[in-house]
Design a protein around this ligand. Sequence first.
Ligand code: NDP
Length: 293
Amino acid sequence: MTNLIDGKTIAEKVYVDLREKIAELKSRGVTPGLAVVLVGDDPASRAYVRSKDKMSRELGLHSVKLELPANTTQQELLGKVAELNRDPKVHGILVQSPPPKQIDEAAVIRALDPRKDVDGFHPENVAKLALGDETGFVPCTPLGIQRLLIESKIDISGAHVVVLGRSMIVGKPIALLLMQKGKGGDATVTVAHSRTKNLEAITRSADIVIAAIGRAHFVKAGHVRDGVVVIDVGINRVEDATNARGYRLVGDVDFENVAPKAKAITPVPGGVGPMTIAMLMSNTVKACRQSLK
Ligand code: NDP
């Protein structure tokens, strides 16, 4: 029988644990602080920033939401980042991606204090992930995927994991995380991408398939074997006249087609998405705790 991996329920569990840690920090006179910076008015980015700010407030964090106009210059943005780097009330900083085209995103990431880089994109944190140094910050989506697998009691150790996609946000960091030695790791990982040959043969040999390619309903029943575990990272808009918004969100996996073969599978929405934001909160609390050491 297919087991639905419910990201909302698992995220709630994360929040129970975080609330305890936040209360403990507050009893010592410290409130974890998260600053989210949005440049421009992209509707999807605005919605992401709103939900991050809302969750910070719900958890009682010090939340700074900085909304800058679309014509903000690189210099102005770097100035804001420097201010936030210096602000002792702010332990985590996130600059919402993608910024407008006049902004050099990589330079902005490099300007972040790596100790406050709760998105885990600064080169120092990327290196720490590769080195297995746990003081670093791991990007939120891969961290959330690993937590989903652990909480769902999926055997990662020794499993063949096939990751579809090699981005710095999902594909590469999830591969590094799951191949690490120890708890939540020890997997044999294959990373596939748009140039991969014989993709179906590779994915059919997987115990766990993680799809992060941004192609609606790409993964079909023919890609997987019976008893596979499927993590669907994709968030894709498809037209839907029956929906008031005119579209609906679907994953990279054709859920109806694949679910009957799967031992466990994440839905979209309600799978990886809720975990991404939970891990952002978790990284912020970690940044705050580490700042006290
Ligand atoms: P990118 O566009 O940065 O990367 C996509 C990757 O998929 C690339 O490595 C690309 O290969 C590979 N790819 C594209 N087409 C194919 C194909 N036909 N076969 C095999 N590989 C292919 O995307 P992201 O990693 O940023 O995001 C992936 C998806 O996850 C998106 O739908 C995004 O919206 C979603 N997402 C969801 C999050 C969440 O919280 N749930 C968070 C982040 C992303 P190549 O390198 O060769 O071009």
